[in-house]
Ligand binder design. Sequence first.
Ligand code: FRU
Length: 508
Amino acid sequence: MQNFIKTYLLFVIITLSTLHVTAQNKTAIGAEKAEIGYRPQMHFTPKKGWMNDPNGMFYKDGVYHLYFQHNPDSNVWGPMHWGHATSRDLINWKQQPIAIYPDSIGMIFSGSAVVDVKNTSGFGKNGKSPVIAIFTQHNMEGEKSGKIDFQNQSIAYSNDNGFTWKMYKGNPVIKNPGIKDFRDPKVIWHELTKKWIMILAVKNKVSFYSSANLKQWTKESDFGADMGNHDGVWECPDLFTLNNENKTHWVLTSSINPGGPNKGSATQYFIGDFDGHTFTSNSNKTKWMDYGADNYAGVTWSNTGLEKISLGWMSNWIYAQQVPTINWRSAMTLPRRLSIQNVDGETYLTSDANKYLEGLPKITKSLTNGFGTLNDNMGNSNGKVYKISFSENQLNPFTISLSNKLGEHIDFGYDSTNHQFFIDRTNAGVHDFNSEFAVKHFAPKIAMSKNTIIYALFDKTSIELFADNGLTVMTDIFFPTAPYTQIAIISNNKEAVKNSFKLDFYTK
Ligand code: FRU
């Protein structure tokens, strides 16, 4: 009880000093401080310029390729290129030269890439598999002149494993049928029909196309006009399989903006069956990959076999172009391994980021009665991320609060009244750039079963909360004006705090 009172007092002190800080109407810190203070350490960020969606992710010869929506000359959205980065472990990224530039057909919007192992496209050279990128070209002049057919699908090919690309002379490969929102092709190989399948976001639904050679495409079917959430436009879909209990499940994901469970951009998913022609969902329930505000347009890497690895853009269109970074804007989430779990007759996706941190050097820090220090300045660039984890048999309400000397704090935890996890960034730091930023986000606890493993990954300006064994995920960003240096656990369950709480500090 004494500890609880002590913890509670600390919380009151933090809250009071926060009132003082927010009353000052804090504005963004300067460019140099923003560069040091806000750039995440373990998450991919572009060196400079604007970034949004991850694109064209594929794995080949031990290298993970990540392309991204990129405006290299400005920190806001503009003429889109495909930026490029490579990694061998999905944590240490090396930014490469820009991969694909806009041309006379249009800017390079989101899309995917496949390794054409059988050289079905005929672009292969000297027996080496070509890599084919499939993307939307958005014609700005067309849009401005009031046309509606300004989004078309094109392809490019690479004969050097994705470092340099040539545009296909026959572009576009799918012409716009007269629909304004017609974009973001994700292509997979469908073994049963021995064809390439494209899933494309079309306004309020997805369409499927098939092809034998990635150049000629035939429309197969539509899905989703009467399923899931429709409070915004569907974008950046994905289609992949996951095996669970000897069964192959087809998973269809679709990002939507706005309409997310905590406002703005988010990604919904459906689980069911796909026969090469049509997709059928096994449930009418709307399910979300991430209930936080900051995981959008996520898709999976191609060519990774049975392992399905997803990564999203760690921002939200509500405020992405206003966040207080200056040299660059936006980070990607950490990579997450996806699986399937059954809960009371429903199938759900689970996400886990542990797998890709496992190989990194790690120090386990201790806490005394629920208090600890994050004792580095979180400033310099030798990558670090804190993992805050614990497991409980019976989940009791708790709050974990990370705070700085100015009394700013980011809080997350579990509220048992409504069985909800939460991240509260109300007093986390700078928020005057957008009136919708400083809020508390909630997510439902999906499995009411006992034995819960919860962990959160903290990297300077983001929390990724994996609750309920990965069934409920929340990702939120925030901008403290000084590094968080304190951690406090507020809980009346001493056992959970003392026995199962762990604070791991990973470095690159
Ligand atoms: C999603 C999105 C995509 C589009 C891209 C443009 O964030 O709107 O639909 O291809 O961004 O940058």
